[in-house]
Ligand binder design. Structure first.
Ligand code: PAF
Length: 282
């Protein structure tokens, strides 16, 4: 496996790979890899000739009071896991190269970034869209892989790629969960034992909502009220939002027709967790 940290070198390699007629699959990550990331790498391995994993904790997607400084990092462990997963190239640029002093451009996808997580994380999705756009320009992937856990991020990136005619196929793969249902996240490491148990309220709330929808409940307000009550009954949990919206454009849904996205953001102690599911009514 090759390790590249210079942007120009990565661009040069991308040109060489394409010249050979090979395809590139990019898995953008912030490192501290878990099984969710590994499932994206496996799919990239299956579908493309050259798998590139980027590891970059993107400073501009963190708010001033967020966890940028303490975000878990373990590059040696990540390199080992990527190698075992058959990754060809690890791209691990430095922040000063990604954002030199003269850097100014921000990618904005309005309409999709003023709902759900945006209320509590202003500027977050501009930071995500900007870094993903830069990574796309550097790595020049044919396919790029994202997890459904970050549902809003996935919708925004799909929109950006289509609007800007990037010609990159965006794959969004299912949420990978721990045995008891907790969605895998690099931030789970922050949870104490007691908080880890409390964090299950997210999964339990999603299951409750799925059950209500499958029993024929279509009123989104009724379902979110039940979800909110379940989460509020967990003393360590503080609900940020429980929202049901259209999975394609994130617009508000009053009643569920076909499929709907139920998205949750909940603070467990000081750790902010997100999770979601697709609700289907009969
Ligand atoms: O999902 C993530 O880990 C990040 O938001 C991403 C897409 C790597 C951009 O920094």
């Amino acid at each position: 496996m090759e390790q590249i940290n210079k942007i120009a070198r990565m661009q040069e390699r991308a040109i060489q790979i394409h010249k050979k007629g090979l395809t590139i699959g990019l898995v953008p990550t912030m490192g501290y890899l878990h099984d969710g990331h590994l499932s994206l790498m496996r799919e990239a391995r299956r579908e493309t000739d050259c798998v590139v994993v980027s590891i970059f904790v993107n400073p501009i997607q963190f708010g001033p009071s967020e966890d940028f400084a303490k975000y878990p990092r373990d590059i040696e462990r990540d390199i080992g896991l990527a190698e075992q997963s058959g990754v060809d190239i690890i791209f691990n640029p430095a922040a000063k190269d990604m954002y030199p002093l003269r850097f100014r451009t921000i990618v904005d996808v309005p309409g999709l970034n003023n709902i759900l997580c945006s209320a509590n994380r202003p500027g977050h999705f501009q930071g995500v869209a900007t870094v993903v756009c830069k990574l796309f320009n550097i790595v020049r992937p044919d396919f790029a892989y994202f997890g459904q856990k970050d549902a809003q991020q996935a919708v925004i990136i799909k929109r950006m790629a289509e609007d800007l005619n990037m010609g990159i196929r965006i794959r969004v793969l299912p949420i990978v969960r721990e045995k008891d249902g907790l969605a895998m996240s690099s931030r789970n490491i922050y949870l104490s034992q007691q908080e880890r148990r409390a964090a299950l309220c997210l999964y339990n709330a999603l299951k409750l909502a799925e059950k209500l929808a499958l029993a024929g409940e279509k009123e989104t307000r009724f379902i979110t009220n039940q979800v909110e009550a379940l989460i509020k009954s967990e003393p360590l949990a503080k609900l940020e939002y429980a929202a049901i919206c259209n999975p394609v454009d994130l617009s508000y849904m009053e009643t569920i027709e076909g499929e709907a996205l139920l998205a949750l953001a909940v603070k467990i102690g000081s750790t902010r967790l997100i999770d979601n599911t697709i609700l289907k009514t009969i």
